[in-house]
Design a protein around this ligand. Structure first.
Ligand SMILES: *Cc1c(COP(=O)(O)O)cnc(C)c1O
Length: 366
């Protein structure tokens, strides 16, 4: 085979490591049923209203979608109470993260700041964009070091990224700390708050800066339909950005990245309050159950504001992960986040949660 070269950054790329799939584990261990609690997906599946919308629209997919998803942009604008000129819909919020790295940061010049043990997409996008990625130490117990992020910034800092609630710890930043940070960043530096799990915080006004969005002029908030709205496989997310920035990114982006089915499904998902509220109640009940039961098993558990919890089992995490797999339960070991002692498990249905706790108990006490 002929060997080709690619850009030096790409030659030795450390790829994104997604959670294992149910089919992989069924095949590997010869299991009929497998429970996946590894990718923070919605335990209730897809809203029935969204499914009907998808069926209805299947016959339209020979058409191109409308560029920039104007109907969904309006629906989001009404939903969050921010002008539509500030909203950019993307192929998952991952696309908006990628756009920000490629369009806001300058290759070979800018740096981007985040805290350690974060969502690996940021580092990956930085590398791909040729941008320096600076990591700030967390507190002793992985607390989010919001007060330390600005100290690491200089005139070449394009963005500071805060994930809140944080993946994988589940910890969330308070609105006061976010406001203070936004106020002390260098002039041309954005504060990007990745709110993939914001639906699960309580009460929202203590955490999200979106309700006071017009008070900020350097804030970007990222949200997704992949978690609380159950549309991970369709790939839809959005950013709320300062209007002039949104306009610039819109001009430069690749057309049609949000597909026709995804736009209609997301609009339907925003309207299905029943499914959304049921999701929140299953998640909040489940994370309380996990927190209590994992502590009873002697595990260290971090207080979570997300749809998952992080815990340190009483036996080595990798062996616990493997033992769970053999019993048909997929969780997420956190070595790829630099947290090799810990595991992340997302809330499933009540029955799945029970089975997880029972199986884990057998493994830890066996
Ligand atoms: C799941 C997740 C996202 C959302 O990704 P999509 O591309 O919208 O599916 C973004 N940030 C974090 C931290 C996440 O965990």
């Amino acid at each position: 085979m002929r060997e080709f070269t690619v850009r030096p950054e790409i030659m030795e790329f450390d790829p994104y490591k997604p959670g294992l799939t149910i089919e992989q584990i069924q095949a590997q261990y010869g299991l009929d049923t497998v429970i996946k609690l590894a990718s923070n997906e919605n335990p209730l599946g897809v809203s029935p209203i969204v499914q009907k919308t998808l069926d209805r629209n299947a016959a339209k997919v020979f058409r191109y979608p409308e560029n920039h998803s104007p109907r969904l942009t309006e629906a989001i604008s009404r939903h969050v109470g921010v002008p539509k000129e500030s909203i950019l819909v993307g192929n998952g919020s991952d696309e908006i993260i990628d756009m920000l790295f490629r369009m806001k940061a300058r290759p070979g010049k800018s740096n981007v700041i985040c805290y350690e043990n974060s969502f690996s997409m940021y580092r990956m996008c930085a590398k791909l964009a040729g941008v320096e990625y600076r990591e700030v130490k967390r507190g002793e117990d992985y607390e989010l070091p919001l007060d330390k992020l600005a100290e690491a910034a200089d005139e070449d800092t394009a963005m500071v990224i805060v994930t809140s609630p944080d993946n994988p710890t589940g910890l969330a930043a308070g609105i006061e700390d976010i406001s203070v940070l936004a106020g002390v960043l260098p002039k041309d530096c954005l504060l990007v708050v990745d709110e993939a799990y914001i639906d699960f915080v309580w009460p929202p006004e203590s955490y999200t800066p979106v309700q006071a969005y017009d008070k900020f002029d350097n804030l970007v908030v990222l949200r997704t339909f992949s978690k609380a709205y159950g549309l991970a496989g369709l790939r839809v997310g959005y950013g709320i950005l300062p209007q002039p920035l949104a306009a610039l990114l819109k001009n430069a982006r690749i057309p049609f990245t949000v597909n026709l089915l995804a736009e209609d499904a997301a609009i339907a998902a925003l309207e299905d309050d029943t499914f959304y509220n049921e999701t929140l109640s299953v998640v909040m009940r489940g994370r309380e159950y996990f927190t209590e039961e994992l502590r009873k098993l002697g595990c260290k558990v971090w207080p979570s504001q997300a749809n998952f919890v992080m815990f340190e089992p009483t036996k080595p995490a990798q062996s616990v992960f493997k033992a769970l797999l053999r019993k048909g339960i997929i969780v997420r070991p956190l070595a790829s986040f630099g947290l090799g002692k810990n595991i992340r498990v997302n809330v499933g249905t009540d029955a799945e949660n029970k089975q997880f706790i029972r199986t884990l108990g057998d493994i830890l006490n066996g």
